[in-house]
Design a binder for this molecule. Structure first.
Ligand SMILES: *[C@@H]1O[C@H](CO)[C@@H](O)[C@H](O)[C@H]1NC(C)=O
Ligand SMILES: *[C@@H]1O[C@H](CO)[C@@H](O)[C@H](O)[C@H]1NC(C)=O
Ligand SMILES: *[C@@H]1O[C@H](CO)[C@@H](O)[C@H](O)[C@H]1NC(C)=O
Ligand SMILES: *[C@@H]1O[C@H](CO)[C@@H](O)[C@H](O)[C@H]1NC(C)=O
Ligand SMILES: *[C@@H]1O[C@H](CO)[C@@H](O)[C@H](O)[C@H]1NC(C)=O
Ligand SMILES: *[C@@H]1O[C@H](CO)[C@@H](O)[C@H](O)[C@H]1NC(C)=O
Length: 615
């Protein structure tokens, strides 16, 4: 009875408060059965009533299919529209929500005396500021402070909320409500012993020789040697590379100087610009992550303009709003960066409201691709099983928990390898299949081959029709970094993402100098023309160390290292159109083409026999 009485009060409240509020019942929109594991009610019992919530309301996408089809067209190397990226206004037109949705929501907010505080450039989200007590009444919610146990961050969420029935179709999500968006484990840094730091060899190896020390300790020289990354400075003033810092994390310019002096004395005055998105006044708190990400972009993408974009707030932890604020900031720029790398990942959501938000974010990454930006994410450090944010080791439950945004089909996801001769998959390298995004056609061929070899292995723990990730990999273990004046070894796909981003930025530079379009959304290109430019990783796995569940690295694409690791010169050959000729020449020189042809012949012959007819 009490509950029913309360509900009636809440339903009536808007009628009393607002003049033009339509008579419409509140209908539950999103409900969680219990507090998600890994979270608990904040023990300090914060009184929240007057606390101002910044609510973001997302509108359903009006034209997502056209937007995504256009993206695939301009990103497909065999299309005549390849590289014909869209202007800011053209993208905003494709992305703008239905006007009746916007009107319905703004009228409803106005009826409650709430005015819109800000809108995204294309208008598909808006924000309002509302005290918790009002939000509880308007949304029939119970906003409460929850603590995320492993990161000790506090977030204000509700286990359920409602909207007037007539508004449901006009809203994609309201944030923060029931999204318990905890980040997965990030890269880990281990402090190096003083002796090791001082005895670091500084031999002048030739650029092509991979120093033996790179097997256990990675610095820029290792990556340049392993992947053929040039040390010559980029020269285009139109080039740009953004590094995302979430959760208020930043980097330390002094640590970068120390790093460059040690590993890139030729560019020891290299630097990055720093800015805060979404009006955050937070100067950011330097972190190992931020230091790794800046040191392995400035230190690899020689003379490319690097910007460190800080979103969010240390006390709030890393949240979806950091992703949202960052991508909305980038889309509002007249000239968005040509490459963005982000080394923060989340568990792919499974609750309704969070999934809606993931769809919106993914659509935003498609918009950046349309503008000509390569959007690159770390694949996550939880192996195939994933889901480490709730402290569960994942062995005792199915299915595997993939990483978001890596599972968005419009970003490029980077996994990790380690070791040299051969490079092998790193066990922590997250990879697998999305439960919410279906497999994009650009990877059908590569992923089907992998799935066919899987048979019944891991059955029920992944979605065979989901988007497979990662797309590519680079080294990701034991990266030498400097942080807070100390030397550390940094390990995680967090290190791989800036490495790959730097390679793409340097390829872009050659394109820009030649007056051509930047690469933009990479995947259709990577899975077709550029697949020859990757070293296939065929050993190692991302199986759980305890229960063994996971995938193997294999010939061809696999759910640990994707297509493999990049070879800068081969990539450059592909974009300059030299790939096909050189490929033929090199296989002829090595006598490889004959066995390959014979193999094809034998296979065709046998298949013909098995089918009972020789055509
Ligand atoms: C990609 O390959 C196709 C088919 O081989 C070719 O027509 C096209 O020019 C290539 N595009 C690029 C950008 O390399
Ligand atoms: C709101 O949630 C808190 C914490 O679970 C609980 O103690 C309280 O009773 C709830 N209030 C209402 C009105 O449901
Ligand atoms: C968690 O954070 C609060 C302040 O936000 C602090 O008082 C508390 O000591 C922290 N707990 C741990 C285990 O770090
Ligand atoms: C670095 O890039 C800028 C353009 O951003 C260019 O003007 C300059 O010449 C480059 N420096 C070198 C050493 O090539
Ligand atoms: C960061 O969060 C804290 C606690 O919610 C708040 O007091 C502070 O104003 C926030 N800072 C910024 C820059 O948003
Ligand atoms: C598998 O993925 C597809 C495409 O994303 C989705 O429609 C389907 O519901 C998923 N199935 C399961 C069991 O999660």
């Amino acid at each position: 009875m009490l509950a029913a009485g309360l509900l009636v009060t809440l339903v009536l409240a808007p009628l009393v408060l607002g003049r033009n509020v339509p008579r419409s019942e509140l209908l539950p929109r999103s409900q969680l059965a219990s507090i998600p594991s890994g979270f608990s009610i904040n023990a300090r019992a914060l009184v929240l009533d007057d606390h101002a919530l910044h609510l973001t309301i997302g509108f359903p996408s009006n034209n997502a299919e056209a937007l995504q089809a256009t993206l695939l067209d301009v990103s497909d190397p065999s299309s005549t529209n390849y590289g014909q990226h869209l202007s800011k206004a053209e993208v905003a037109r494709l992305a703008s929500p239905r006007p009746d949705s916007v009107k319905a929501i703004t009228d409803w907010l106005g009826g409650h005396g709430l005015s819109v505080e800000s809108r995204s450039y294309s208008g598909e989200t808006l924000t309002v500021r509302v005290p918790v007590a009002r939000a509880n009444a308007i949304l029939a919610a119970n906003f409460t402070a929850y603590t995320h146990d492993t990161t000790n961050t506090t977030m204000i969420r509700t286990l359920s909320y409602s909207l007037p029935a007539y508004l449901h179709d006009h809203v994609a999500f309201v944030y923060p409500t029931t999204q318990f968006d905890a980040p997965v484990r990030l890269g880990a840094a281990v402090e190096l012993a003083l002796s090791l730091r001082q005895s670091r060899p500084r031999r002048a190896d030739s650029a092509s020789a991979v120093p033996a020390s790179c097997a256990s300790s990675i610095n820029p020289r290792c990556l340049q040697a392993i992947y053929g990354i040039p040390t010559t400075p980029a020269t285009s003033s139109d080039n740009s590379l953004y590094v995302s810092g979430l959760g208020g994390e930043s980097a330390n310019p002094n640590d970068l100087q120390t790093f460059l002096a040690q590993f890139r004395p030729d560019i020891k005055h290299g630097s990055y610009a720093s800015l805060s998105v979404a009006g955050s006044s937070d100067p950011g708190i330097p972190s190992d992550e931020g230091n790794c990400d800046t040191q392995y972009t400035v230190g690899l993408a020689t003379n490319v303009s690097v910007t460190y974009a800080i979103a969010g707030n240390k006390s709030d932890g890393v949240t979806y709003s950091d992703l949202l604020n960052t991508v909305e900031y980038l889309l509002e720029l007249d000239q968005p960066p040509l490459v963005v790398t982000t080394s923060y990942v989340f568990d792919e959501p499974d609750s309704y409201e969070s999934v809606q938000m993931a769809l919106t974010l993914c659509n935003y990454y498609a918009q950046l691709g349309l503008r000509g930006t390569s959007v690159i994410f770390a694949s996550g450090d939880g192996g195939a099983v994933g889901g480490v944010s709730d402290g569960n080791n994942g062995c005792h439950r199915a299915p595997f928990v993939p990483s978001f945004p890596s599972t968005c089909p419009f970003v490029t996801s980077v996994g990790s390898t380690q070791g040299i001769n051969p490079e092998v998959a790193a066990k922590f390298s997250s990879g697998g299949f999305s439960h919410i995004f279906s497999r994009p056609s650009y990877q059908d061929h590569a992923v089907n081959a992998f799935l066919q070899r899987q048979g019944n292995a891991n059955a029920g723990q992944y979605n065979v029709s989901g988007r497979g990730y990662p797309d590519v990999a680079t080294q990701g273990a034991n990266f030498n970094i400097h942080s807070g004046g100390q030397a550390y070894d940094f390990t995680g796909t967090s290190a791989s993402s800036p490495t790959f981003a730097s390679i793409i930025a340097l390829v872009n530079d050659r394109l820009l100098v030649a007056g051509r379009s930047p690469l933009g959304f990479l995947n259709p290109f990577l899975y077709s023309n550029a697949s020859v430019a990757f070293n296939d990783i065929t050993s190692g796995d991302n199986r759980d160390p305890v229960c063994g569940a996971g995938f193997n690295a294999e010939a061809g694409w696999d759910a640990v290292t994707g297509l493999g690791t990049p070879d800068f010169n081969k990539l450059l050959n592909v974009v300059t159109g030299r790939a096909v000729n050189e490929q033929l020449q090199s296989s002829a020189a090595h006598g490889l083409w004959i066995p390959k042809l014979m193999y094809t012949f034998i296979w065709t012959f046998t298949a013909g026999l098995l089918c009972g007819s020789l055509m």
